[in-house]
Unconditional design. Structure first.
Length: 381
């Protein structure tokens, strides 16, 4: 059997991997190897490796690489530590291919390690653009280290071929997160309210806000302005934690303080898990923040999204997104809640696929030939 080693470091990324992991387990030609790292092993971020185990997956290796600080220097050191520890993991596991998703620093560490050990890499969600975060450079770098690509749209496929990737090795699979939207049995609103000890109310929002890692703005001032603007709306808001990125802890502490000061309307949760997160997405009136799920998954719910700042700038949108800055957030929320915009959202078609991504990815992993040797394809060839 072909050994497929999946490396995951965050709750969100694991949720996107989930339909693929299930199908790898079902495959008669593939054997799953699961390596869990970074935020999954941190109590500060909810020790989400426990959710992975509760979902019935065997964790082959746990990589404790996350430093407690969230400075740029600490992120670089966490990346270096992941590289060292993953080299030992790959030596023990001897995978035939390493399967990676997205654009985080521990993902880059996994790609670098696999490349230097001559282990072929398959990469999901390449070819995308996010101008406001260092993820942009990480994503393209991982693409150049990978021998097989699963992209979400035809535009992203063309972009990877523009980067010299061979057409037959760039597969338009759609986004695996859409598989979850179409296949999950979502929790009822009243059950969510009971679990979360929070009420959706007449008008509610799900908010996830991460730091713009390429911005020179003061993150503390930015998040305080964001929260002040949200306070002056009529929304009941459920917040989720920011990632373990540069200044992520500044955001999370601000969220905790804010919600403690206004407990009737606002609630912050470290980790909702994929089912509860998507169930909340289904039941709230709109999403607010700068997370990729607002750009990718939310359109499958025909849900209005207020996208803040430049973190997602460059990603294709499906017509359900209002783009704004922190300073114009109030106007953005007002537009997203308008009857005309909600009517527009009700008819959008998600450009990121139809929920069949995982099945296509598994078929390709079963049949494709893998080699660490790559040929650069010049334009016109």
């Amino acid at each position: 059997m072909r050994k497929v080693c999946v490396v995951t470091g965050t709750r969100a990324e694991y949720g996107l991997f989930l339909p693929i992991l299930k199908k790898i387990k079902e495959s008669k030609k593939l054997r799953l190897q699961l390596v869990v790292s970074t935020m999954h092993l941190s109590s500060e971020f909810g020790s989400t490796y426990k959710q992975i185990e509760d979902d019935g997956f065997l964790i082959d290796e746990k990589v404790e690489n996350l430093l407690s600080a969230d400075t740029k220097s600490a992120i670089a050191k966490s990346t270096g530590l992941a590289t060292i520890l993953l080299s030992d993991c790959f030596t023990r596991l001897q995978p035939d291919v390493v399967l990676l998703l997205g654009d985080r620093y521990e993902t880059h560490a996994a790609a670098t390690t696999a490349m230097l050990m001559n282990i072929p890499i398959a990469h999901i969600h390449g070819g995308e653009i996010t101008e406001g975060a260092v993820d942009e450079q990480i994503r393209h770098s991982i693409s150049k280290m990978s021998c097989l690509h699963f992209v979400a749209t035809e535009k992203y496929r063309q972009r990877l071929m523009q980067m010299g990737e061979k057409a037959s090795r760039v597969i338009k699979s759609g986004a695996p997160g859409i598989d979850n939207v179409l296949n999950f049995q979502f929790l009822k609103k009243r059950d969510l309210e009971k679990e979360l000890n929070w009420c959706f109310g007449e008008l509610s929002a799900l908010v996830t806000y991460h730091s713009e890692t390429l911005s020179d703005k003061n993150v503390g001032d930015e998040v305080n302005e964001l929260l002040d603007n949200l306070l002056h709306t009529k929304l009941n808001i459920l917040f989720t934690y920011a990632n373990a990125d540069d200044s992520g802890r500044v955001i999370n502490q601000s969220l905790e303080d804010f919600c403690q000061s206004h407990p009737k309307r606002f609630k912050v949760v470290k980790n909702l898990g994929q089912l509860r997160y998507l169930s909340c997405m289904k039941h709230v009136d709109l999403l607010i923040g700068n997370t990729s799920s607002g750009i990718i998954e939310a359109a499958s719910f025909n849900k209005p999204v207020v996208n803040i700042g430049n973190r997602q700038k460059g990603r294709l949108q499906s017509g359900n997104v209002v783009n704004c800055s922190v300073s114009t957030l109030t106007e953005g929320v007002k537009r997203a809640c308008s009857n005309s915009f909600k009517q527009k959202c009700s008819t959008v078609v998600n450009v990121y696929g139809d929920g069949q991504s995982a099945a296509l990815i598994i078929r390709e992993l079963e049949k494709q030939a893998f080699s660490p040797i790559k040929t650069f394809v010049d334009a016109g060839e």
